[in-house]
Design a protein around this ligand. Structure first.
Ligand code: AMP
Ligand code: MG
Length: 486
């Protein structure tokens, strides 16, 4: 079918890779598609016609019931280490419609929950409405927080019932990503394809994400370096806003450096480095403070896949890979300290800043302070609702901080401006996310979710109208638990 007025401009460059990397796969048809979420500003940004997409024929495409001209739907093959164990995976419930080209940008348009594929293993290929709304909210919140992320264009209810722990309404999410190439895609190539195919994947990835690397003496070394930099920057940003991804398996690590796969992720309220929300993360492998170590481990898996490409000599290749991986900690720390300094209004770099940052975090941990609201209060010069602020230990720390700020030679206005740009006033707090999803799924009331998304669209604006979103949940003894997005 052709719906010119939607303005999709599909290309399918991934099909040029060996067909070991994908299977042509049409989405399953659904009985009663109903559009429940639509991202007008994203549609506009990527040159799509919202009205046409929201019309009957547009929703048919977003539901997977009809295929737009120029799209060759595929599901992608990949592998991955899940909680440390290597497994063959692949898109078990996602179908890539194609790459939408807009202003020299190439964006994957993918339907998540669009039916079984050859990679579905025991799964039904479907997605439940609640988790798709959750991905929509958190991914758009990340975008608002200026953190690289895949984005959400739409959610369509399918009219089907999905069997999970209980019966749930089914849904399809339209995900937009600069690509879906993962560390796991390289692991798949290294393990299950030929040298030629691995090289083709690496060349494709360079062309798509790190084009300048093609001119370098060793393009694959360049690729490794850039991915390390991107992920170090990404994970340091997560840490700075209290985000816990929850399932940092290698198949959930993109080569582009975008956050992907919003399953059991959540934002931490009370600061505690050991925070884990995921119901299946028994050992805290993906706990808040472990994320920097886990990403380094995942990047080491990526480096391993590149060994055949890095040099003709395996020994030399291993040396090169190890050298780059060993730089990760320093790169990560550079990003992290820079960000944390800015959170405290510090423009310049003094060695003792690291202690200042760590001492504050230790106090927050000790007094169970809310992570976001601590920085929000420091930004606004307030002392609301946080016991830590009344302690002598904090007062001492505060004096040190004020003294440090006085060395900056910046006006208070400049300092507050910097802090406001780094410390979000609001985050998608768990109780708010749950409330929004519940209203939508149980009562078909989408006002709560849309209000929340509106608040999250600019979390740095410190508008008084949004104060309600800074409030904490009622105290409870039941720990917050999240589940993989199935
Ligand atoms: P995730 O935990 O979302 O990264 O998914 C891990 C793997 O399980 C991927 O290969 C998914 O495509 C697959 N998967 C997750 N849910 C389903 C499902 N309902 N049906 C088929 N495959 C699934
Ligand atoms: Mg995944």
């Amino acid at each position: 079918m052709k719906e010119n007025d939607i303005n999709f401009n599909f290309d399918n460059s991934y099909l040029k890779l060996s067909d070991l990397f994908y299977t042509i796969q049409y989405p399953s048809k659904v009985t009663k598609p109903k559009l429940v979420m639509f991202n007008d500003s994203l549609a506009k940004e990527i040159g799509l016609n919202s009205e046409a997409l929201k019309s009957y024929s547009g929703v048919e495409i977003l539901a997977g019931n009809s295929i737009y001209e120029g799209s060759t739907p595929i599901s992608q093959a990949y592998a991955g280490h899940q909680f440390g164990h290597f497994t063959m995976l692949g898109d078990g419930r996602a179908i890539l419609l194609g790459e939408h080209i807009i202003n020299d940008k190439r964006l994957d348009i993918q339907l998540k929950g669009a039916g079984r594929t050859p990679y579905s293993r025991g799964g039904d290929g479907k997605a439940a409405l609640g988790p798709m709304l959750r991905e929509y909210i958190i991914s758009e919140a990340m975008y608002g927080l200026k953190i690289p992320t895949t984005r959400s264009l739409a959610v369509v209810e399918t009219g089907e019932s999905i069997i999970r722990e209980k019966i749930e309404p089914g849904a399809v999410l339209t995900r937009i990503a600069s690509s879906h190439i993962r560390v796991g895609t390289f692991q798949y190539a290294a393990r299950f394809t030929s040298y030629k195919d691995l090289k083709a994947l690496a060349d494709y990835t360079l062309e798509r994400h790190y084009k300048e690397g093609l001119e370098k003496e060793n393009p694959y070394l360049y690729l490794l370096k850039e991915v390390i930099k991107k992920q170090a920057s990404l994970v340091s940003k997560w840490i700075q806003v209290g985000f816990i991804h929850g399932v940092m398996n290698t198949d959930n690590v993109t080569i582009s450096g975008e956050t992907i796969d919003y399953g059991p992720c959540a934002f931490m309220d009370t600061y505690n480095p050991n925070t884990v929300f995921s119901s299946i993360d028994y050992q805290g492998r993906y706990a808040y403070a472990n994320q920097r170590y886990i990403i380094a481990w995942n990047l080491a898996r990526f480096a391993e896949t590149l060994i055949p490409l890095l040099s003709d000599s395996e020994k030399e290749a291993i040396n090169l890979a190890q050298k780059e991986i060993s730089k990760f900690d320093e790169i990560y720390k550079g990003n992290y300290i820079l960000g944390m300094r800015k959170k405290l209004g510090l423009f310049t770099n003094i060695e003792e800043d690291e202690n200042l940052i760590n001492d504050l975090l230790n106090l927050m941990n000790k007094y169970e302070a809310d992570y976001t609201n601590t920085f929000r209060n420091l930004t606004l010069g307030k002392k609301d609702d946080i016991i830590m602020f009344e302690t002598e230990e904090f007062k001492k720390w505060n004096n040190r901080w004020k003294e440090r700020l006085s060395k900056e030679n910046k006006s208070e206005e400049e300092i507050v401006k910097l802090m406001k740009s780094m410390n979000p006033s609001i985050i998608p707090r768990n109780h708010r996310v749950e409330e929004a999803i519940e209203a939508a799924v149980k009562n078909n009331d989408y006002t709560v979710i849309n209000n929340l998304l509106n608040a999250l669209s600019d979390p740095f604006d410190y508008i008084e109208d949004k104060e309600e979103y800074t409030k904490l949940p009622k105290p409870t003894n039941i720990p917050y638990r999240t589940f993989c997005g199935t």
